[in-house]
Ligand binder design. Sequence first.
Ligand SMILES: [Mg+2]
Length: 360
Amino acid sequence: MTRVDSKRAATGAMTGLALGDALGFPTEFNDVPRILEKCGPWRDMALPAPAYVTDDTQMSLALGRGLRTAAERGPLTPSRVVRPVREEYVEWWRSPENNRAPGRTCLVACELLSHDERRWQEASQVGSKGCGATMRVAPVGLLPGLPGLPGTPGLSGSSGPSAAPGLSDEARSGVAQLQAALTHGHPTALAASDLVAWTIRLLAHGTPPGSLLRELRAYARENRSRYHEWWLGDLWRFAHDHGPVEFIERGWDECLDVLDRVEAALRAPDPEADPCEATGEGWVAEESLATALLCFLLFPEEPLTALRRAACTAGDSDSLACLTGAFAGAYLGAGCWPSDWAERIEYRGELLALGALWDA
Ligand SMILES: [Mg+2]
């Protein structure tokens, strides 16, 4: 625990996600040859000046603020989470600063969420599994937890969790899926977001990178048939499945498939190849998880190299580097980022404030 406390994993992850986002901002819509032409050798890629971030960081902050508000009001429950997070997402959608190539699903869903009378399940885009759900989920992995606490709500879903200040693993899973479902209701967006939050939780608490894929696969198998009715309500009914279990299994199965692809890529790692060739371009949720994991696992002790590899890809560079930065920062802590990068990242004050809150 001392190592966890001293490394400031939450500050490291929040800073890392923003640095990756800023590094990948200028390269999002370019292929690798064009990026090399524009930025020079990828291992020397410089942080742009000024270091502007995109919607990935803005929405991570929105989620973080919403969760902070919810936690101030008491133990996390579905309604206690939905109200402030929904408000923060809508605020982001309305903000004049929301001009950083935001994803279409988020814009469509947030417009629907802005009508207070509408249930959130009616706003959710159940056909969309874009990476907008995964790129912003890091705060859920960073919220203080209750190691060893038995799972809270049952699958029947009527009773709430016992009053406690931290988050059980089951509640973390529910919150990770719920924050995704407010905009992206596809089961793969839910499962991949859950896995990203769990990855960050594991790395923050010292899981060695070499054990990560095994842990994630075990987590995916364990959760594969678990529909979080208490957190998600009747969301599954808006899709075409015959039941909630069939719905959520579709998502976990796609995630298990990409975890296999990450493992295959690491059997013969090629740091000079575009990681997207092995695990996908990351425009969809499960590929953003897989390719960011691959970038992190290629260079687990070299956070800047991992970040630059993720930014120099043919795919969704800012989201890939954002997730890679969250993984590296959670694992290595706040001290892994050079101060001349960390000090000039946009929204620095807010990133540090949330990080400090969760590191305390
Ligand atoms: Mg973006």
